[in-house]
Design a protein around this ligand. Sequence first.
Ligand SMILES: O=c1[nH]c(=O)c2[nH]c(=O)[nH]c2[nH]1
Length: 286
Amino acid sequence: MAIVLGPNRYGKAETRLVRVIRDGDTRSLADYNVSVALSGDLAATHLTGDNSGVLPTDTMKNTVYAFAKKHGVGEPEEFALLLARHFVTTQEQVETARVSIESFGWERLGPHSFQRKGDYTRVASVVVTAEFEQVVSGITGLVLLNSTASEFRGFPRDEYTTLPETTDRILATAVDARWRHVSAGGDFAKSYAGAIEAMTAAFVNTYSASLQQTLFSMGSHVLEKRPEVAEIRLALPNKHHYLVDLSPFDLANDNEVFIAGDRPYGLIEGTVTRDDAPPAPAGWYL
Ligand SMILES: O=c1[nH]c(=O)c2[nH]c(=O)[nH]c2[nH]1
């Protein structure tokens, strides 16, 4: 009996790329998940441990980011072709390159602001006893992004701090919010739509020193615009976008090419309350 190596391929899966394109004061966004798989004369690495034909998957990831800077990303089909042709023509042992791209859609909210396409979830919960009725409305999964007008600096540094200070970064979050109504009556459809509008407008229009500051601005704006809301609690994940270091490839990166981080993420939580609102009933947690 002979044991033989069957079909095989390898590559870097799910390179998360966000490419910001600047046109004067307006910015547009490509948000891609790029997977590369190469096959060809790759038996040796499996059979003998000879890696002389194995272009590192790390290099594939770097190529995605470097090409995004150098050539822009165009349509996903075009960017996939560019990458696939590169691997086939530059690596002799590679016969086939498969490049797959998921492209996530964003709707424009302003010159540098976006909302992730797709629905988010409206939630409502009530608690009723003989003494009180409590109505809480909310949302989860409203994904917002500002491609500029966000800083994070002036923070303390200790021996474990490596984060550089920045005066220009991407700020993105998936809004998870609950708000408590003053009473159990009213036009809940209008209230809900107005709360979302207020929250979104505050995110777009706040020049942010931190996500904490943006949180307070969003909560305040809801309370200012919606008198029927007594209190709002926001939980905002900081969906980090890391600037890719393209200096090893002699490319500058002036806030154009980012790694969209997945985990871990910062989680910024806070409650904003009006001081004349009826207090939450004892034992009630938003
Ligand atoms: O807006 C931010 N708030 C933080 O508390 C924080 N911490 C961090 O590492 N980055 C950020 N960004």
